[in-house]
Design a protein around this ligand. Structure first.
Ligand SMILES: Nc1ncnc2c1ncn2[C@@H]1O[C@H](COP(=O)(O)OP(=O)(O)OP(=O)(O)O)[C@@H](O)[C@H]1O
Ligand SMILES: O=c1[nH]c(=O)c2[nH+]cn([C@@H]3O[C@H](COP(=O)(O)O)[C@@H](O)[C@H]3O)c2[nH]1
Ligand SMILES: NC(=O)CC[C@H](N)C(=O)O
Ligand SMILES: [Mg+2]
Length: 540
């Protein structure tokens, strides 16, 4: 992925002990539930971090000049025939390594210690006893404190040269370290919120054992990304797909800062937008950034391409393709405008975030849940070079970068709206009439939610039109046979998981009454009370 990031690996996270490592902290993913969470916690300790799959060869990892490596947990048993292994070469490279759970066990095995299936299993909250020999990882922590466990195998003997620094009632080797070689491991999960001292343990490893200077701050993200983008784009020209959402606004602002008016932002009106969206984007973004913006009318093109299509993945792929065709058209127009002096526009900037990548099946061994139009929905014949400076980050991280760049709260705290727009909120074929119905219902819901002051409590509230479902109603003493809409209010930190928001009944009542009174084809309003997982936020 490094070739599409626009290069946000910060330089200079050097290990003070003269070890290599001006690159990121690499989290090696052994199929963990929490690999991204580890990377995120490392970034919270102000050290840049990215996840790599466990089958990445050691030489390839070392080529990135990692500041340290964290081996994640995973479902396998280290001694199973097909269990993913750690190449012992890694431990000879001098790069500091922290093993977590499976990573701890795999590290033990690679270094000559013993892992056993002892029959003891620990799941959930477990009390950790810090050994009297102390150790760097648990320095200044209480002698007994809770940690989160999830394992069936245990380390029964630490490798030679390692000091056991913690135990639990059932696990005699719950953590070890060899700080002189920059190596340490823990059986528990320091990355989860249920290990209340976990962040301190990670910090000890990164700052004290690995000797990395904490310098990944929003200021450094901005400076380093701007420098990397400037180097990547050089004198060339670029366009940025701008949606009015926070991700593309921040990506556009970063690139604008890097290359100024070599960048033109392109907003596509595909006819799948919400009411008033186009005008709002034209007004707010230009006012906030001064960047150059062109608006392309592609309503007819998208309407025709989507005619007759009902399958969600097919819709997403078509939308991804048509977005790119529209960007190509915009690039051609801009080149023609510039006349002979204008060179080909090679770069396309997108506000892609990590959740878009992982849901599109772009993580290591992760399933394709849905093809986000800007990742899994891209056509194979894509001619642009992608510049995606936020590709490793989560939205709350991006919001902090946006604030650092001085973008207004109206943009930074805007609720997300998916690129495929209302098309993935009409269950069934997308037609102009159905779009109009949904647009009207959505406008009412948004208006009422804002009026009841809950905008900042919810992540977003899609309104979904069940266009292929009809139900009988009675309105004005007459029978109606209309469509239901679904309200899907969710709360979330990063869209990877979400809960349904308990909205005030009064707000729900006003939304329901107004939609059924004011929107002709809708005679029923329902509420989606499903968390994610098992549901997703959007219905398609
Ligand atoms: N109407 C549009 N015109 C141009 N580009 C778009 C449009 N919609 C989406 N994109 C591109 O697709 C990317 C992904 O969309 P996505 O909705 O995830 O991000 P966003 O709109 O920037 O932020 P948010 O998630 O807050 O809505 C955007 O960052 C942008 O580059
Ligand atoms: O730009 C986008 N292109 C897409 O194809 C897309 N699909 C979902 N989303 C948004 O991503 C977040 C997670 O959504 P799901 O729980 O439905 O997967 C939610 O915020 C969704 O609104 C998209 N955004
Ligand atoms: N969460 C983990 O990494 C578990 C490791 C290993 N599968 C065990 O059960 O012990
Ligand atoms: Mg959006």
């Amino acid at each position: 992925m490094s070739d599409t990031t626009g290069g946000i690996d910060p330089a200079g996270q050097t290990a003070e002990r003269g070890r290599p490592g001006s690159g990121p902290v690499l989290v090696v993913d052994f199929g963990a539930q929490y690999a991204q969470l580890i990377a995120r916690r490392v970034r919270e300790a102000q050290v840049y971090s990215e996840v790599v799959p466990h089958d990445t060869p050691v030489e390839e990892m070392l080529r990135r000049d990692p500041a340290a490596i964290v081996l994640s947990g995973g479902p396998a048993s280290v001694y199973a025939a097909d269990a993913p292994q750690v190449d012992a070469e890694l431990f000879r490279s001098g790069v500091p390594v922290l093993g977590i759970c499976y990573g701890f066990q795999a590290m033990t095995r690679a270094l000559g210690g013993t892992v056993e299936h002892t029959g003891t299993r620990e799941f959930g909250r477990t009390e950790l006893s810090v050994c009297s020999t102390g150790g760097t990882l648990h320095q200044e922590l209480p002698d007994h404190h809770p940690v989160w466990m999830s394992h069936g195998d245990s380390v029964s003997k630490a490798p030679e040269g390692f000091r056991v620094i913690a135990e639990t009632a059932d696990t005699p080797v719950a953590a070890f370290e060899n700080p002189e070689s920059g190596l340490a491991g823990v059986q528990y999960h320091p990355e989860v919120a249920h290990s209340p001292h976990g962040q301190e343990v990670l910090r000890r490893f990164l700052h004290d054992i690995a000797g990395i200077r904490p310098r990944w701050t929003t200021t450094s993200i901005v400076d380093e990304t701007v420098a990397a983008v400037r180097e990547r784009i050089g004198d060339a020209r670029a366009i940025c797909g701008l949606s009015g959402g926070v991700d593309s606004a921040v990506a556009g602002a970063l690139v604008n800062k890097a290359v100024g008016d070599q960048l033109t932002c392109v907003f596509v009106d595909h006819g799948l937008l919400r009411s008033g969206e186009r005008a709002q984007v034209e007004r707010d973004f230009v006012a906030a950034t001064g960047a150059r913006l062109v608006v392309i009318d592609a309503v007819e093109q998208f309407t025709e391409a989507l005619a007759g299509v009902t399958d969600p993945e097919e819709k997403r792929k078509i939308i991804g393709r048509e977005f790119i065709r529209t960007f190509e058209r915009a690039a051609r127009d801009l080149q023609e405008e510039a006349g002979q002096a204008g060179e080909r526009i090679e770069y396309l900037v997108q506000g892609t975030l990590y959740p878009d990548v992982v849901e599109s099946g772009g993580g290591s061994g992760t399933a394709n849940i849905k093809s986000h139009h800007n990742v899994g929905g891209l056509p194979e014949d894509l001619q642009f070079d992608l510049v995606e400076p936020l590709r490793a980050l989560f939205k709350d991280e991006v919001r902090r970068v946006g604030l650092e760049m001085g973008l207004p709260e109206t943009i930074v705290h805007r609720q997300p709206f998916p690129g495929p727009g209302l098309a993935i909120r009409i269950i069934g074929e997308v037609t102009p009439r159905r779009l109009e119905t949904l647009r009207a219902a959505d406008a009412i819901a948004r208006e009422e939610l804002t009026a009841s002051g809950v905008d900042r409590d919810i992540w977003q509230c899609p309104v979904v039109l069940l266009a292929d479902v009809q139900s009988v109603g009675v309105q004005g003493d007459g029978r109606t046979y209309g469509h239901p809409v679904v309200l899907r209010p969710v709360s979330s930190e990063d869209a990877m998981t979400a809960d349904w928001t308990r909205l005030p009944y009064e707000a729900l009542e006003r939304i329901s009454t107004r939609i059924t009174n004011e929107v002709a084809d809708v005679n029923r309003v329902t509420l989606d009370v499903t968390s994610k997982p098992p549901g997703t936020i959007e219905w398609e």
